[in-house]
Design a protein around this ligand. Structure first.
Ligand code: ADP
Ligand code: MG
Length: 350
């Protein structure tokens, strides 16, 4: 168990004109016992970052430490971490008992009876005692994933590194395994870095979330922090479902003007003098339908049971609002909305 620190970690693949900068000078500290989720769109450098921590890739520059131990130059097996992947990488010819015990048999001098006891303890923890005699191909995806986890747990590593471990499971099992994995991680208290491209999964699971884009770390914080206090438009847009509404507007002093009838008097004057362009963000749930407000044209209403999603237009701009289930405006109608200034985000244009 230890803290993991990435200090200006950079990873380039290839050289010369074909050089790919996969990870750009990432600074990140994962606390002892923390469940940290690394999230971002496909290709943003999550897997590469994780593989650098695991020692499966050499960093181009920068430093990685586990606690006070500099592991930058160490090979994977000297780092004492356990990886769990989306393809479970079980040994097909071995039964579950041998799959679980194999690592211990290789790396320790424990007597067979002791290894067997540990295998049974881990199997019980994961609810797979009944499966010990079966081969991987006889197991469901969820059962295989539990065995893969068991193999990681039994090694009692410094850290768990997981790369989209649930993405091959169907939606229902995935959400069940999310909960199990979180509970297990908190019980074991092992520092964990969990990679996913799924922001819902990240929000649900992480003690903290690290958002990446284009090889760079954008923001690290709790689910609430990255949701309520995003550092830029990318993070605001990536976190949250349905996505935040974002549109072009201009600020001049305290006056904010956007598409259609969107016009607002800010309580504070813009510190930048003169007219400037900004990007305005407002979350779907922060749009309140009122009698006298900014006009929206209703396009579609999706009743979701406990809430309704309203798809509307503000001038030329598409806008999504989450509204009360009793509120059912019809397509073609006009409604009007207001918002709290605290719910308004102003981002610099990219
Ligand atoms: P993610 O896991 O977020 O989808 P990756 O870390 O796999 O992203 O990839 C980041 C970037 O690095 C991508 O542009 C990818 O094509 C590139 N990349 C990853 N691995 C290699 C490799 N072994 N050789 C060359 N380019 C790679
Ligand atoms: Mg990946």
């Amino acid at each position: 168990m230890s803290r993991i620190t990435l200090d200006t970690v950079r990873k380039e693949f290839g050289s010369g004109g074909d050089k790919i900068l996969a990870v750009e000078d990432v600074d990140l500290e994962i606390r002892d016992g923390e469940f940290l989720v690394l999230v971002g769109p496909s290709g943003c450098g999550k897997t590469t970052t994780l593989r650098c921590v695991a020692g499966l890739e050499d960093v181009t520059s920068g430093r990685i430490t586990f606690g006070d131990r500099d592991v930058t130059g160490l090979r994977a097996r000297e780092r004492d971490v356990a990886m769990v992947f989306q393809n479970y990488a079980l040994y097909p010819h071995m039964d579950v008992r041998r799959n679980l015990g194999f690592g211990l048999k290789l790396s320790t001098k424990l007597p067979a009876a002791e290894i067997d006891q540990q295998v049974e303890d881990v199997a019980e923890m994961l609810g797979i005692e009944e499966l010990l005699g079966q081969k991987p191909k006889e197991l469901s995806g969820g059962q295989q994933q539990r065995v893969a986890l068991g193999r990681a747990i039994i090694r009692d590593p410094e850290a768990f590194l997981m790369d989209e471990p649930l993405s091959n499971l169907d939606a229902k099992l995935r959400s069940q395994m999310r909960t199990e994995l979180q509970t297990l991680q908190h019980e074991l208290d092992v520092t964990t870095v969990y990679v996913t491209h799924d922001q819902t999964e990240a929000m649900a699971m992480g003690d903290r979330i690290a958002v990446m884009n284009g090889g760079t770390l954008q923001q690290v914080g709790t689910a609430e922090e990255v949701y309520r206090d995003p550092v830029n438009e990318f993070v605001a847009d990536f976190i949250g479902s349905p996505s935040i509404n974002v549109f072009d507007a201009t600020v001049d002093g305290a006056r904010l003007d956007g598409p259609g009838e969107f016009s607002y008097h800010l309580s504070e004057t813009d510190p930048v003098e003169g007219l400037r362009t900004v990007r305005v963000g407002i979350r779907p749930e922060d749009i309140q339908l009122v009698d006298n407000g900014i006009k929206l044209g209703v396009n579609v209403l999706e009743p979701m049971g406990n809430e309704n999603f309203l798809y509307a237009t503000l001038g030329e701009q598409e806008v999504t609002a989450r509204i009360d289930p009793t509120n059912r405006p019809h397509p073609g109608e006009s409604v009007s909305f207001a918002f709290d200034e605290a719910a308004l985000y102003l981002f610099d244009p990219e």
